[in-house]
Design a protein around this ligand. Sequence first.
Ligand code: HEM
Length: 175
Amino acid sequence: MAGRTAGAELRRFALVMTASLAAIAAILSMQPGSVDLAAILHIQPQLDLAPLARAPLLVQVHLLTVLYALLVGPIQFLLPKGTRLHRVLGWSWALAMLVTALASLGIREINHGQFSPIHLFSAWTLASLPLAVIFARRGAIQAHRGTMVGLYVGLVIAGLLAIAPGRLFWDIFFG
Ligand code: HEM
């Protein structure tokens, strides 16, 4: 009985794998350029770093710290926890996120010199960071992990929003 169930599972697995490989092969065999996404979306992908060089120092600092946080985040999630390395990288990550959020308070380009909805991410970060540290020090590991994952998700969402039309990254990538 168990053998028959295992056999059925194996057949289903092989079917799904074959279908997936066939789908991938079909996509890869398409002529490059046959679907011109750029034309459909009326965008012209490019890489122009001039807007970045012209950006205010606060924006450049903000970008440097988000880059560090983006890179170190996955390392923290993957490496063993509770080690000296985890603590050192963790403190450096928290510092980078603190600078990210503090610098963002001084950037008010979207809403004519006023705070914008994006500043909710700053408030979220400034509230969550101390909580994540407190949870870690108290040994509340589940809460620590959840808060850190929440912070990282916020970082990624804020990053995706940074590519919206009219924002600096839009100018860099789509002119
Ligand atoms: C990959 C992550 C991120 C990228 C690439 C990014 C990029 C940028 C850039 C280029 C600007 C200034 C120019 C513009 O508005 O286009 C900016 C502004 C800002 N960022 Fe970020 N950011 C990221 C993450 C974050 C995070 C984690 C926060 C909050 C903690 C944050 C909060 C803000 C705020 C509040 C502003 C000012 C918006 C305004 O002008 O009202 N960003 N970000």
